[in-house]
Design a protein around this ligand. Structure first.
Ligand code: SF4
Length: 147
C-alpha cells in the first residue's frame, strides 16, 4: 500500500476508467491513482458490459504492472541460436531499426507474403493490436485466417 508521503508531497488521487486488456471479456476497470502509482483497481460499475464485475486477474493488474520481472523494454537476441546467443534489452528505436534492417530485405526479395504477424492472448482481443499490428498490404481476411 502506498500513501501520500511515499507518492510525493501534495499528491492527490485521481480515477481513470479503462478496459482490462487481458482477455476477450474486456471488463471495465476503475483505477485509482495516487501520485502516478496505482492505489486500487476494481470493476467499473457503469461499464455497459461488465457492470462492475471483474475476475481475479483484472483485480491484480497492479501487481502485474509493478512486477520487477515484467519486461519493460524490447528484448533482442544477439548471436546465433541456440548455443551462442543471449537476450539483451534495447530501446524501442533500436528494436524497430533491427526489425527494419532484417525484414525489409526479406520483403524486397520474397514479397509481402513472406512475413506474418502472430497475435496471442491478450493482444489478440485488443482492437488496437488488430489494427496497428497488421502489416500493410495484408488483407484482414488473410490476417484473420491464421487466428
Ligand atoms: S477482468 Fe478478468 S474476465 Fe475481465 S477482461 Fe480482465 S481478465 Fe478478462
Amino acid at each position: 500500500m502506498i500513501d501520500a508521503q511515499r507518492a510525493g508531497k501534495g499528491a492527490s488521487t485521481c480515477v481513470h476508467y479503462r478496459t482490462c486488456p487481458l482477455c476477450e471479456a474486456t471488463c471495465g476497470l476503475e483505477i485509482t491513482m495516487l501520485g502516478g502509482q496505482v492505489l486500487r483497481i476494481r470493476g467499473d460499475r457503469d461499464d455497459v458490459f461488465s457492470k462492475g464485475h471483474i475476475c481475479p486477474k483484472g483485480s491484480t493488474l497492479k501487481q502485474l504492472h509493478e512486477d520487477a520481472d515484467r519486461l519493460r523494454r524490447p528484448p533482442l537476441r544477439r548471436g546465433s541460436a541456440p548455443t551462442d546467443s543471449r537476450w539483451e534489452e534495447v530501446s524501442w528505436d533500436d528494436a524497430f531499426a533491427e526489425i527494419e534492417r532484417r525484414l525489409t530485405p526479406i520483403i524486397d526479395r520474397c514479397g509481402r507474403d513472406a512475413v506474418a504477424v502472430y497475435l496471442g492472448n491478450p493482444n489478440v482481443h485488443n482492437l488496437a493490436g488488430m489494427i496497428y499490428n497488421r502489416p500493410s498490404g495484408l488483407s484482414p481476411t488473410r490476417c484473420s485466417s491464421v487466428l
